[in-house]
Design a protein around this ligand. Structure first.
Ligand code: SAH
Length: 239
């Protein structure tokens, strides 16, 4: 009998591992993605690494793209939009220095994947999307997967989310011609914002904006990137 117990335990462990794999056939691909695309390229924030190892990226894309979900490139998410390359998601999350309990505003919900990563890092996430189908889809995906720390709103992100402001962190995941003034206003003292800024045809510069305790703004450009455009920007009632 004594001999049987370790054997039984081993069988149970194997069964548990088997069912975990069956529940998530992409678990190994996801770990490989983090090892080779993210950690190997210098991302060291343990919260970012843990979140990227956890969030099932394939659940945020259409079935026909799932097999590519952990590859080193952006993916279509419908409505002409894309989910960023995994490295860019990790890089922006690290630059923002997200910590548990911080209030984070994301502009450009898209699939909801980046919002889920921020939520797993412990942030209270407010995310704004301008395309109704994408906002609805992302809210449904986040709910289905059980991400409770995310609120999705359908609106033009140029105006932020005034009723929930100020935000400790702001992440814009669409390319802006210039930094929307409302986002600067809604950034808390000591806050950080990461935003791709540029003319469009030439791509953008990923820019880190910091606000000190006195409310002074400073900017630092980080790296050249290419995002889908941040559209809208007209005041309600204005064409
Ligand atoms: N973060 C997303 C990917 C974003 S792609 C993800 O993890 O999947 C950029 C998104 O920004 C698109 O969904 C696009 O519809 C949205 N967008 C563009 N302009 C916007 C605006 N003014 N306000 C809010 N969302 C906007």
């Amino acid at each position: 009998m004594k001999r049987l117990i370790p054997l039984l335990l081993a069988v149970l462990l194997l069964l548990a591992a088997g069912s975990a794999l069956a529940a998530d056939p992409y678990a190994a691909a996801r770990q490989h993605m983090v090892d080779t695309q993210i950690q190997a390229r210098g991302i060291g924030d343990p919260l970012v690494l843990a979140a990227m190892r956890t969030v099932p990226r394939h659940e945020f894309v259409a079935p026909k793209w799932q097999a590519q979900a952990y590859q080193d490139h952006p993916l279509p998410i419908g409505q002409g939009q894309t989910i960023s390359q995994p490295f860019i998601v990790a890089y922006m999350s690290q630059v923002l220095q997200v910590r548990p309990g911080l209030k984070v505003l994301e502009i450009g919900t898209g699939s909801g994947y980046q919002a889920a990563v921020l939520a797993v890092m412990g942030a209270q996430v407010h995310t704004v999307e301008i395309v109704p189908e994408l906002a609805e889809n992302a809210a449904a995906t986040l709910k289905r997967l059980g991400y409770k720390g995310v609120q999705v709103k359908l609106a033009d992100g140029h105006f932020g989310w005034p009723s929930a402001a100020p935000f400790d962190r702001i992440m814009v995941t669409a390319g802006a011609k210039k930094i929307p003034p409302a986002l600067l206003e809604q950034l808390a003292p000591g806050g950080r914002m990461v935003i791709p800024v540029g003319s469009g045809s030439l791509g953008e510069e990923l820019t880190l904006v910091s606000k000190d305790q006195q409310g002074r703004i400073s900017r630092q450009t980080l790296l050249p990137v290419r995002f889908v455009p941040l559209v809208g920007g007209n005041k309600p009632g204005q064409k």
